[in-house]
Design a protein around this ligand. Sequence first.
Ligand code: FEO
Ligand code: CA
Ligand code: CA
Ligand code: CA
Length: 597
Amino acid sequence: NTPPFKLRTRLPFEPVMVTRADTITVPAGYTAKAFIPWGTPICGSYPAFLENASNSAQDQAQQTGMHHDGMHFFPMDSKNGIGRQSDHGMLCLNHEYIDAPLLHPNGPTVVNGRRVNVDEVRKEINAHGVSVVEVRRGPRGDWDVLPTARNRRITGATPMQIAGPARGHALMKTRYSPSGTSARGTLNNCANGFTPWATYLTCEENWAGYFASTDETLPRELSRYGIGKAGRYGWETVPGDEFQRFNCTRISRDGTGDYRNEPNTFGWIVEIDPFDPDAVPVKHTALGRFAHEGLVFAPVRPGRPVVCYSGDDSQNEYIYKYVSRDQYRPQRSDGRLLDDGTLYVARYNPDGSGDWLALDINDANFQSACAAAGVTFADQGDVLINTRLAADVVGATKMDRPEWGAVNPDNGDVYFTLTNNGSRREADAPNPRAPNPYGHIIRWREASNDFAGTRFTWDLYLLAGPKNDSRDPTGKPLDESNILASPDGLWFDDEGRLWIQTDMSGSQQTAGPFGNNQMLVSDPKTGEVKRFLVGPYGCEVTGITATPDFRTLFVNIQHPGEGSTPTNFNSIWPDGPGRRPRSATVIVTRDDGRRLM
Ligand code: FEO
Ligand code: CA
Ligand code: CA
Ligand code: CA
């Protein structure tokens, strides 16, 4: 349907062209400045960042972590939900993982395959997690960290509560928590979410890689998640309970105990109160256990359940939806809404319809699917700890690596990125390329606009890729102004523009036509897509949030100069030549001080 008149563009900027420049590139009329890079002191004794990376583990626990990722700005007046204050708030951001060669002066110390420097390993654990930072905008539009008691680091070792159906479950009982009600730390926090009651949600994605088991056979709750023989940083090679917990071999190597259940305390959505530094973070098990990329809420309606969506970012995994049992009540609802409800998994039918399939031990369809598959679950906690297996059993649609989701505030359409899938052998309607090196964006609309329902209709919004293998939302091939690959971050601004961030691999950036990782913006009303920002060399662009007045956009730049060594830096961003490249937040403003667009 062609509109009767040409709509005024809602993307009023000259698109940035593909580039491999080692800097942040934004359109004319905009400025981008680095903010709170890795190592910025934010709490405690505010230890200064040392250029040679010689800060201790204890210092790191008082500084921003590495590898900035998902992020949200909470206006200071948002205590009971939406806030409007744009010059003062709590910025919460994830630190997904680390570059060990850059975290230490000379990289990690490894002797005969073992980590031998305990402080190094503690520093690595402390460089993971979440930073909660009180920030204020000055009269000239610059932002500062305020040194208040609200600032906080949450790390891979911070004590957390377990809530929901798996709390106290036999499979959650550990040496640390014999009652199965608490756990240590959060890891590989990729994308994020935020609740209607103004709390932050951090999501545990590739946590399985931190654990190791040399057992011949693994229980299903470990094997289905890909626990390997060695952890990615070798933390399990250090003696003592603090590190042996990453060794989930039946009897751990140093004889301190049996840590087989430790990985079951990861793979969850974690809720953090950004306004209460003493609040214990909560792992909400009703939302399922998998490689949670992020969590996005449907618009809330008083008297209706809350509904949220989450993707499992692994090849041929699924997209999920949670519907709370209890109703949302403004000013009165809290995280308990995330502890009792129904978890569904998506089936995308070839005719453009879709179904939400309940993963509920009391659901008759679920029971017959389990019986047909010969799979047994002891209780709902067992279903949730083995969420992937439960989704296999009901015949959900295997997707091309579900990453972020976003809900259009104008009409409730839900969008999800499917970043790529090199292992797809057979194309299907929702994943139409086999293999799929470039990724795409799927969207759906819940039947009757009832977010809590079980039927929907879906289509493909965009096929990423080069000019000769791509499709924009109007059906045309992408062009110089908008070719992209491996879409990952996804976010709607308040006016219904869709922001798309890319996570192309190193070779996709250097060999392909796409240049460095980037951020584009699209208008679903017109189908326009334009490139707005290109990151420095070797980075990922991920994480996005804005002030309510839309005069400040926060974007995260992760691992600039990826592959750097302690003596050879692949990027000069953000501090200049000869200095370690650092993940950082970027503050984007318009030079005339007005709304971004
Ligand atoms: Fe950490 Fe799925 O990106
Ligand atoms: Ca991601
Ligand atoms: Ca990714
Ligand atoms: Ca990354």
